[in-house]
Design a protein around this ligand. Structure first.
Ligand code: PEP
Ligand code: MN
Length: 263
């Protein structure tokens, strides 16, 4: 169902008027994790000030260590909904359990399925059974074929509103947190009719690489870029080393705008 052979024209996923897949670049910013109303609202204001529409933030955080911050859960979703309503933004948030999908759809605009859950087939099926856009991230060690099959799981249940997200894969290289598989973008665009985003934060894990990675993503044909922004990354409860602060966000946007990639 996701194959371009079956459907030659691009799928466009409409997020409150932001038509991802329409050929223009779409940018998603927001903190790694929802920590408080004030924290999310501060980023939302900065996003809104740039004329952007898409906000991200995790309420359920799939952390490598059980002792790390696990997210605010439902409380986090409520914060996202409040901010989305106040700033008229569409919010994207990760859901990690099939049991939470039914509730989550009342609070968020896009269900994110994270890298660690790309082959959680019950979660994929549950996300496929609701009428809500899904942002599906590539698994940490998933091949492109496995990634496409995960999207097929969602669509096989009836939900065709899927955005794919390349977020880097694990390789032997340690200079970056993951290895951004930039060629996955045109391959996914050729093989499927779905929009493709690139998450430059989790793929590189390095603040100094966010801008060049974003430029590469847009230049190679990605439908947009996702990056993490936090009012004060030094005290962030997760991904402290790679989130941009608001000044860095300003600079990131200014440089991307001057690059002519944001037409
Ligand atoms: C995230 O986007 O918040 C996240 C945890 O990313 P990933 O699933 O790609 O590691
Ligand atoms: Mn993160």
């Amino acid at each position: 169902l996701v194959s371009r052979k079956k459907k030659p024209e691009n799928t466009i996923v409409d997020l409150k008027g932001e038509k991802v897949g329409d050929g223009k670049p779409h940018l998603v910013f927001g903190p790694c994790a929802v920590e408080s109303y004030e924290q999310v609202a501060t980023v939302a204001e900065a996003v809104k000030a740039k004329g952007l529409k898409l906000l991200r933030g995790g309420a359920y955080k799939p952390r490598t260590s059980p002792y790390d911050f696990q997210g605010l859960g439902l409380e986090g979703l409520k914060i996202l909904k409040r901010v989305a309503d106040e700033y008229d933004l569409a919010v994207i948030s990760e859901i990690v359990s099939p049991n939470d999908i039914e509730t989550a759809v009342n609070y968020i605009d896009v269900i994110q399925i994270g890298a660690r859950n790309m082959q959680n087939f019950e979660l994929l099926k549950a996300a496929g059974a609701v009428n809500k856009p899904v942002l599906l991230k590539r698994g940490i060690a998933a091949t492109i074929e496995e990634f496409i099959n995960a999207a097929e799981y969602i669509m096989s249940q009836g939900n065709g509103q899927i955005i794919l997200c390349e977020r880097g894969i694990r390789t032997y290289e340690r200079a970056t947190r993951n290895t951004l598989d930039i060629s996955a973008v045109p391959i996914l665009k050729q093989e499927t009719h779905l929009p493709v985003l690139v998450d430059v934060t989790h793929s590189t894990g390095r603040r100094d690489l966010l801008l060049p990675a974003a430029k590469a993503a847009l230049a190679i044909g990605a439908d947009g870029v996702m990056a993490e922004v936090h009012p004060d990354p030094a005290v962030a409860l997760s991904d402290s080393a790679q989130q941009m602060d608001l000044n860095q966000f300003d600079q990131f946007m200014a440089e991307l705008q001057s690059s002519a990639l944001l037409k």
